[in-house]
Design a protein around this ligand. Structure first.
Ligand code: IMP
Ligand code: MG
Length: 201
């Protein structure tokens, strides 16, 4: 939650073509599979440096973190335990609404170092509610890690400690991120065609 000293990569210009199967829905590729893989390796090194010595509890927010988490933790050479919290903030739309907990934490985090992982930091409403909830469980410290940061949309005063990529204000899907629970399986991060959500589905 503290101001990050690190400089996350700006989402690079890719020029990579959208695979034909997804052209109907995806306007362009924002971050390619290769770029994701490379950045996640460097990100995991940044995290490792800060978390050596003690066992870490990694808490991942479902469902958007599935791919990011799987790739991140296989590069983390740290003793860790893994748990999930189910948090749902979006209905079928692209605006965040009420936060609903669909799965509660099971591990005891008292006195522990916690790494809280989410897919994207957008308005900040999700993390600014989840963090105080975790604080009540008295962990030693909580550091936050997000794959994507959409700074332009921020409403709450919150920053992540580790950010994979800074991205502009586009609604993105893929690599775990969804629109109405779809597109999580795309291996890249792509910009969803606005007509898909503007018309409602
Ligand atoms: P926040 O509470 O507004 O920061 O949003 C956090 C949650 O909203 C994320 O965990 C995502 O599930 C969802 N979200 C925000 N922006 C996007 C996006 O561009 N694509 C897909 N999901 C998004
Ligand atoms: Mg989502």
């Amino acid at each position: 939650m503290s101001d990050s000293k690190k400089s996350p990569s700006r989402a690079p210009r890719t020029g990579a073509p959208v695979p034909p199967k997804w052209r109907k829905d995806v306007e362009r590729v924002l971050i390619t599979q290769d770029q994701l893989a490379r950045r996640i390796r460097t990100l995991s090194r940044e995290i490792e440096k800060d978390f050596t010595g003690r066992e870490t509890v990694v808490i991942s927010l479902l469902n958007g973190t599935v791919m990011f988490l799987a790739d991140l933790i296989r590069h983390l050479s740290l003793p860790l335990r893994l748990d999930f919290m189910g948090v749902s903030s979006y209905g079928a739309g692209t605006e965040s609404g009420e936060l609903v907990y669909t799965k509660e934490l099971r591990l005891d985090v008292r006195g522990r170092d916690v790494l809280l992982v989410d897919d994207i930091l957008d308005t900040g409403r999700t993390l600014s509610r989840v963090i105080p909830k975790l604080r009540k469980l008295k962990p030693r410290r909580i550091k936050t890690c997000v794959l994507l940061n959409k700074q332009a949309r921020r409403v709450e005063k919150i920053q992540a400690d580790y950010v994979g990529f800074e991205i502009p204000d586009f609604f993105v899907v893929g690599y775990g991120l969804d629109y109405a629970e779809r597109y999580r399986n795309l291996p890249f991060v792509g910009v969803l065609k606005p007509e898909l959500y503007q018309s409602g589905s």
